[in-house]
Design a protein around this ligand. Structure first.
Ligand SMILES: [Cu+2]
Length: 142
């Protein structure tokens, strides 16, 4: 009897694990856009973890309202050297901002009207110790 119970438990675990995998796969595909391309960018936090306080939009955000600006909020003043906003076609969106200006904790860039798409923000900034940092995050404009 004991062996049968164990087998049933194993089957139950296998079934629930399968159901969970299905849900996570389906949950990413709402609307017509490919949400599958989001996670890689979100995972890439190498070297920026200690300097980046927060971003707008947030990493991995699904933005229903138009995104009119980008904000990088650092934990210490940083001199922003480069910011690139790239859509799913790999082409950068033209941005107007001042490179290599004063070190700031909060850096904001106004955006042109964004088409619905998946976007990646790549940034490079210099810390007060002269250290160059970079990072990337992603969001989706619906
Ligand atoms: Cu979305």
């Amino acid at each position: 009897m004991k062996a049968v119970k164990l087998t049933l438990a194993a089957v139950a675990i296998a079934v629930s694990a399968g159901a969970m995998a299905d849900n996570s796969g389906r949950g990413m595909e709402h609307g017509e856009m490919d949400h599958g391309s989001m996670p890689d960018v979100s995972m890439n936090h190498d070297g920026m973890g200690s300097m980046m306080h927060s971003t707008y939009p947030e990493d991995g955000a699904m933005m229903m309202a138009p995104v009119e600006h980008l904000s990088l909020h650092f934990t210490q003043p940083m001199q922003v050297m480069n910011v690139k906003l790239v859509g799913s076609d790999g082409k950068p969106v033209a941005l107007k901002y001042k490179r290599g200006g004063e070190a700031m904790q909060e850096f904001t860039i106004n955006l042109p009207k964004l088409e619905p798409d998946t976007y990646q923000v790549h940034w490079k900034a210099k810390g007060q110790d002269g250290h160059m940092m970079d990072g990337a995050y992603g969001f989706m404009q619906h």
